[in-house]
Design a protein around this ligand. Structure first.
Ligand code: ZN
Length: 487
């Protein structure tokens, strides 16, 4: 029996998070807006208008290119017209880049999970980026019964298209690539990268070959996947189909396939031979995009530390477990929050990490926030940890403070003072509470003294209750035991 290896390349379309569109001043993000409300003569292709390039689109595309370690960020690149007819493309052509793109030749390294590392050097899969270019989006066609409705809001929304080499070897690796890319896009503030909103779209080129072969066989293209799960399922389905075809002596044809999310099946859209000839030519209405050597150097220099580098540094510099480092670097502002809190506490990275992973992340999830938007600042978190460590407050009070600070914006010190939350460690006060509890519960005292010592927990609970949760439980226990000892 032949063992097969799959060969996968991805083509992603990334919606940049600029405020306005690529060639006009219309609002770029129309999510939730009524159809045809963010449009103008430029993006609807009326005669006599001229496009004007949004500089921020170039800046963001260049930043992404630099993060992909591109060998060549072009000093001069050009827009081209891609001509085709479609109802939601009012100009009859799309302004894109063709053979003179902004960037070529980069890579993204994917650390693979333990179980997928066999035979992969360093456990990392290097995914080559062949080409990165800018283009405008087309409109949207909506089917309502037997009518077709056109929404031009999406016309002229800035996109970056990025094409990888055939470097991925399984559906899981393809999914992992999209997860890492999404993380990076948000990290760089280039795109919101929400697949469900179409801000990150992905087509997959899939072929198979006998294991050990280096040949590239005929590939099929899968379109219309709009979640990471769909991407994984669609690729798995297609690999299985190609293997069946191959084993039954058939041939793989260069089809374009469409993933039907509801049915979980692939449908043939068209055979590749019928693909349109786009008659590309340089866009005559736009100047070349020029980046001086200085500007290109500046782009690289301004690049922040990237997620995987930061993850590695967290493990080395703070001696965090890989698991902690992974979670803390999932999102940039969280990783910055962590470092600021460690700074404010003058060390103890693992303690800070525990508070973040257990309690602060819960707070973020509940309130739908990112760490950058918290009123609970890193300095406040450090102050809470210090008060817990010096036994000024109990751990429970510390945890409750997180929500209180986030709601009121007050400092931990202010809330503790105003609400009288300081922990009761004073022996006289605690001793008095313990005596009261014992005096009021003679039956339990008798049971304890006759051997049911597990009741100690219940006594501690009574003291805690009386103190409003502020008693030091260890000290309370110690005092109770002393008082319960037969005299
Ligand atoms: Zn417009």
């Amino acid at each position: 029996m032949t063992l097969f290896e799959s060969v996968i390349g991805l083509e992603t379309h990334i919606q940049l998070n600029t405020r306005s569109k690529i060639f006009c001043a219309c609002k770029a993000d129309s999510w939730g807006d009524p159809p045809n409300t963010n449009i103008c003569p430029v993006c609807t292709g009326l005669p006599g208008v001229l496009p004007a390039l949004n500089q921020l689109v170039v800046a963001k595309a260049a930043r992404l290119a630099a993060a992909m370690h591109v060998e060549r960020l072009a000093g001069e690149s050009f827009f081209a017209r891609k001509n085709y007819f479609y109802p939601d493309l009012p100009k009859g052509y799309q302004i894109s880049q063709y053979n003179e793109p902004l960037a070529q030749g980069g890579y993204l390294d994917l650390p693979l999970p333990e179980e997928h590392r066999d035979g992969v050097p360093d456990g990392e899969r290097r995914v080559h980026i062949w080409k990165l270019h800018m283009e405008e989006d087309a409109g949207k066609t909506v089917h309502r019964g037997d009518r077709r409705l056109i929404d031009f809001n999406r016309c002229g929304v800035p996109l970056v298209e990025m094409v990888t080499g055939p470097d991925l070897r399984s559906a899981d690796e393809a999914a992992l690539y999209v997860i890492r890319l999404r993380q990076l896009l948000r990290w760089l503030d280039v795109s919101e990268a929400d697949m469900e909103k179409g801000q990150l779209r992905c087509d997959a080129n899939v072929s198979i070959r006998p294991q050990g072969s280096t040949e590239l066989n005929t590939k099929t293209e899968i379109k219309n996947v709009n979640s990471i799960d769909s991407l994984r399922q669609a690729i798995q389905t297609e690999i299985a189909r190609q293997i069946r075809e191959f084993e039954s002596g058939g041939t793989i044809e260069a089809w374009t396939l469409e993933w039907d999310e509801d049915e979980g099946v692939l449908r043939k859209m068209r055979s590749k031979e019928t693909e349109a000839d786009y008659r590309y030519f340089r866009e005559p209405d736009l100047l070349p995009i020029q980046l001086t050597e200085e500007e290109r150097a500046q782009v690289v220099e301004a690049l922040p530390e990237l997620p995987l580098e930061r993850r590695r540094r967290f493990v080395e510099e703070y001696e965090l477990p890989a698991y902690d480092a992974e979670i803390l670097t999932e999102e940039r502002s969280l990783s910055e929050y962590f470092e600021a809190a460690v700074g404010a506490l003058a060390g103890q990275p693992k303690i800070v990490s525990n508070w973040l992973m257990n309690d602060v992340l819960r707070l973020l999830r509940e309130r739908g926030l990112t760490a950058g938007g918290l009123r609970l600042t890193p300095a406040y978190l450090a102050e809470i940890i210090r008060m817990v460590q010096s036994k000024d407050i109990t751990t429970n009070t510390g945890k409750e403070l997180l929500d209180k600070i986030e709601t009121t914006g007050q400092s931990p010190g202010e809330i503790v003072a105003a609400e009288g939350l300081r922990q009761v460690t004073d022996v006289d006060a605690l001793g008095a509470l313990a005596r009261q509890v014992l005096a009021e519960n003679p039956d339990q005292v008798a049971q304890y003294r006759s051997g049911k010592t597990t009741l100690i927990g219940w006594f501690v609970g009574q003291v805690m209750k009386r103190s409003g949760g502020q008693a030091d439980p260890q000290k309370a226990r110690q005092l109770l035991e002393e008082q319960l000892r037969p005299s």
